[in-house]
Design a protein. Structure first.
Length: 84
C-alpha cells in the first residue's frame, strides 16, 4: 500500500489542464470538452489553458450535487412505497 500525500493549493492558483484533469479524476480530453462547453471557466496563456483551482472546486461541488439528487429521489420514493 502506498501512502498518499496531502497538498495545499490556494483558491487563486492556476492549474494546467493535466493538473485539473488529475484533480477531477477525468481524462485531459474530457476536461477540455468541459472547458470548451463553458462548464468550467478558464483563460488562455499563449496557447495554453489555465484553470483556477477555485473554479474546479465549484464545478466539482455542482457535479456532486447533480449526481446526488437522483439517488436522493430514489430513496425518497422507496420510503414512500415502503420498499426501504
Amino acid at each position: 500500500m502506498t501512502a498518499q500525500g496531502a497538498q495545499i493549493i490556494p483558491d487563486a492558483a492556476e492549474l494546467t489542464t493535466q493538473q485539473a484533469a488529475d484533480f477531477l479524476n477525468v481524462s485531459r480530453p474530457y476536461l477540455i470538452g468541459l472547458l470548451e462547453a463553458g462548464e468550467i471557466p478558464y483563460r488562455m496563456v499563449g496557447t495554453h489553458r489555465r484553470i483556477r483551482f477555485e473554479d474546479l472546486r465549484e464545478y466539482r461541488r455542482r457535479d456532486d450535487l447533480k449526481r446526488r439528487q437522483p439517488a436522493d429521489e430514489l430513496t425518497r420514493l422507496s420510503e414512500e412505497l415502503g420498499l426501504y
